[in-house]
Design a protein around this ligand. Structure first.
Ligand code: GDP
Length: 300
């Protein structure tokens, strides 16, 4: 089994490529939940949703969130009634949030809720929330604190970041399923996800770093030069005091890393890094990259 650590865009692209080489039941994905939030009474877990839709063949792979061909009637009605709908949620997408919210209110864990949703939607891979207790990524800007989703979705990331804060009532523990998926993996792949908002929240869960030290770990950089391929990773890296590049990303993972992959076009030199085409915007690059990573892991 290959286990991924994932956010909701860069790593899912690589997983799409890996599905050309592995059966879904050979894949486990430990997923960031620090962007989750209750909205209009329902529970949105954006990165988990992207993975569920990817594996059930319904993901909108233009935006890498939501379902292809979804409609937005409920969103429009809620807005008409003055609802606080700062995220545009599709009608069928909302159904999963309603179901998840109901199951959580009944006392199910997020892990059990996700397993239930995966079974009902025919997902063969193991999709594992990093923790069962809530964690939030909060942005401090202009002296006030806002949820990362508000920073990114409502403000399009156009606010100066004073601090990136991780909040929780109880320090998060990796779930037993997460630790077992890491410990029993042939290798763990940290895909090209945002280090600050997608990967560090997973690494901050108790038990994850220790487990990673005992298995082969490969990471793929989300940066080319001093910019990410997409999204707000550069501002977030700077806000935490890191350069927004592959060298700093490598440094964040160095304690458990066996191989670091950066794009062949990346002008930043990272000692020991392996160069590959990681830009998964053209057809086939995701599958070729996945194949090259599998060969690296298997030493062929
Ligand atoms: P989020 O949850 O939507 O923020 O998604 P992730 O954290 O999983 O992914 C965001 C990161 O993916 C960004 O930092 C991008 O630079 C990176 N990314 C997106 N597409 C690609 C790609 O094709 N190649 C590489 N190397 N990185 C990518």
């Amino acid at each position: 089994m290959i286990t991924f650590l994932s956010g909701g865009t860069g790593t899912p692209k690589l997983i799409r490529g890996m599905r050309h080489h592995l059966a879904d039941h050979e894949i486990a994905v430990v997923v960031n939940t620090a962007e989750d939030l209750w909205i209009s009474g329902n529970f949105l877990s954006p990165d988990i949703d992207t993975l569920i839709y990817l594996f059930s063949g319904t993901l909108d792979t233009d935006s890498w969130w939501g379902l292809k061909g979804d409609t937005f009637s409920t969103h429009q009605e809620l807005e008409r009634m003055g609802g606080d709908e700062f995220i545009t949620i599709g009608d069928r997408d909302r159904a999963i949030h309603i179901m998840r919210g109901e199951l959580l209110r009944k006392g199910m864990t997020l892990t059990a809720t996700t397993a239930h949703l995966c079974t009902s939607l025919g997902v063969g891979a193991r999709i594992l929330p990093m923790a069962d207790t809530p964690v939030e990524t909060i942005i401090r800007t202009g002296g006030r604190e806002i949820h990362f989703q508000e920073y990114w979705v409502s403000h399009r990331g156009a606010l100066p970041i004073e601090e990136v804060i991780r909040k929780w009532d109880d320090p998060p523990f990796a779930t037993p399923d997460v630790l077992s998926a890491i410990r029993s993996a042939e290798a763990v792949i940290i895909g090209p996800s945002n280090p600050i908002t997608s990967i560090l929240p997973i690494l901050e869960c108790r038990g994850v770093r220790e487990a990673l030290r005992k298995v082969p770990v490969v990471a793929v950089s989300p940066f080319i030069g001093d910019a990410p391929v997409s999204g707000p990773a550069a501002s977030l890296m700077r806000a935490r005091g890191y350069q927004p590049n592959s060298a700093a990303t490598r440094e964040l993972y160095h304690e458990f890393l066996d191989h670091f992959i950066q794009d062949s076009r990346d002008p930043v030199e990272v000692t020991g890094a392996i160069r590959m085409d990681t830009l998964m915007s053209s057809p086939g690059v995701d599958a070729s990259l996945a194949s090259a990573i599998l060969s690296l892991i298997r030493g062929v």
